[in-house]
Design a protein around this ligand. Structure first.
Ligand SMILES: *[C@@H]1O[C@H](CO)[C@@H](O)[C@H](O)[C@H]1NC(C)=O
Length: 140
């Protein structure tokens, strides 16, 4: 279970891409995300298999349960608002001072313009966009 939760944390940014800078989640943020993930697995019923597939680089599809899972984690941990969009300043807090926050902010702003048909899809579209375009990969 602990291993699964650790993998979940990196879901939003996905692939191991060599040219992406690695960003480690600070311990206080990590705790909140892991607690949210645990609750959200229960609430959404998302399967471990699905999570592992996405973790290992599968393209984000249209799986509604997975969309709800992403939205659940982001809203429970306080990074998404009711519409499913990202709270930009709060999201920027997770990045250490040595990363280029301006370029990350640009990607967040760009990805946050996407709208889904419901909050789950909106968060999902953000995560998909961020995963593709962010200059960093978040790990723990
Ligand atoms: C998403 O909705 C917002 C607010 O209604 C709007 O400003 C924005 O242009 C929309 N984005 C897209 C890509 O349609």
């Amino acid at each position: 279970m602990a291993g699964l939760l650790i993998m979940l944390v990196t879901l939003c940014v996905g692939y191991v891409v060599a040219d992406k800078e690695i960003v480690y989640l600070p311990p206080d943020k990590l705790t909140i995300v892991l607690q949210s993930a645990m609750l959200c697995i229960g609430e959404t019923g998302v399967s471990a298999d699905v999570l592992i597939e996405y973790r290992s680089g599968k393209e984000f599809g249209t799986d509604k349960t997975f969309q709800k899972f992403i939205n659940c984690i982001l809203s429970k941990s306080g990074y998404a608002d009711e519409s499913g969009h990202i709270k930009i300043e709060k999201a920027l807090e997770i990045f250490p001072k040595n990363v280029d926050k301006d370029s990350i902010r640009k990607v967040i702003l760009e990805c946050n313009r996407e709208n889904g048909s419901d909050p789950a899809e909106t968060s999902f579209k953000f995560a998909k966009c961020f995963r593709q375009k962010a200059p960093v990969k978040i790990v723990i």
